[in-house]
Write a protein that binds this ligand. Structure first.
Ligand code: ADP
Ligand code: MP5
Length: 268
């Protein structure tokens, strides 16, 4: 069901090395086959070895980017990634409320794989109080879910309990990503009357830069294309698993996942 004319939007930070953030999102939108647009919240000087510096954009230019997009091309679904300070969060929430988008996929980015704090400490409360409640689906990894709930997660039962706690904050669904636990790569979707498990083999790959960004963008694309939440998560889990399996060495550190492995035979 590819349709390159279906508009999708990412509101996130730029990763100069192209593996995570806005760049990963746009690659995912294109690979799945939607028309990707972007609102940049921050610029990171980043590579496969780490984040060197971050500069947040002002609330004003973030608001204007959102208005420019919505007043012209209304996205069928959007995702929110890195939003580092409370001003940015409040500006995004108040601007989006004017347009009332149906599908907001929120990836509550907190700490990069390389250990850099992408969400300022003082922004955590705004994220919980203002951003999570307007999301259609929130996609925390284990450390993020622990940070949001204040509870430790060691197994599937904990994922379910903490997921329900986050669900009480107001989103329609919570997709708890189990990449940081041991064993199979198990993600859990929790809704009011929903508990679905999505299980794939864990692959021993070092190049996992941008996995969370990619998964949330894949879900955004599938929702925009008209799939329901269950199909969207199922197809997106397959997408990220393939992208991790075909990830490759580029740069000196943790490389990116591969969005275009299908084309590799033709590129040779
Ligand atoms: N080594 C792996 N093999 C297969 N799937 C993985 C692996 N690591 C993470 N995943 C999957 O990638 C997605 C992103 O997961 P995770 O690493 O938990 O999030 P984040 O990138 O936000 O830290 C999830 O679907 C998770 O299950
Ligand atoms: C701009 C930006 N957004 C998000 C991430 C998280 O991605 P990862 O957890 O793979 O480091 C990142 N590193 N940079």
């Amino acid at each position: 069901m590819r349709n390159y004319k279906v508009p999708t939007l990412t509101i996130a930070g730029s990763d100069s090395s192209g593996g995570a953030g806005i760049q990963a999102d746009l690659k995912t939108f294109s690979a799945i086959g939607t028309y990707g647009m972007s609102v940049i919240t921050a610029i990171t000087a980043q590579n496969t070895q780490g984040v060197l510096d971050v500069e947040d954009l002002s609330g004003k230019i973030i608001r204007k980017q959102i208005e420019a997009v919505f007043n012209d091309i209304y996205p069928k679904a959007l995702k929110i990634g890195m939003v580092s300070n409370p001003e940015i969060i409040l500006e995004i929430v108040s601007t989006l409320k004017k347009y009332n988008p149906k599908f907001i996929v929120l990836d509550p980015v907190m700490i990069s794989k390389s250990g850099y704090c992408l969400l300022k400490k003082e922004a955590k409360d705004s994220l919980i109080k203002h951003l999570i409640p307007i999301a259609y689906v929130v996609t925390p990894n284990i450390p993020e879910a622990e940070e949001i709930s204040g509870q430790k997660i060691n197994n599937l039962e904990d994922m379910k309990n903490v997921g329900e706690k986050i669900l009480n904050l107001g989103p329609k669904y919570v997709l708890m990503k189990g990449g940081h636990l041991e064993g199979d790569a198990i993600d859990v979707l929790i809704g009011k009357d929903t508990f679905e498990i999505y299980k794939e083999n864990r692959f021993n790959r070092k190049n996992t830069h941008g996995t969370g960004c990619t998964l949330s963008s894949a879900i955004t694309s599938h929702l925009a294309l008209g799939y329901d939440i269950f199909e969207s998560v199922k197809l997106s889990k397959k997408y990220i698993t393939e992208a991790i399996t075909h990830s490759f060495d580029i740069g000196k550190g943790v490389g990116p996942v591969n969005h275009f492995y299908e084309f590799e035979d033709r590129i040779e």
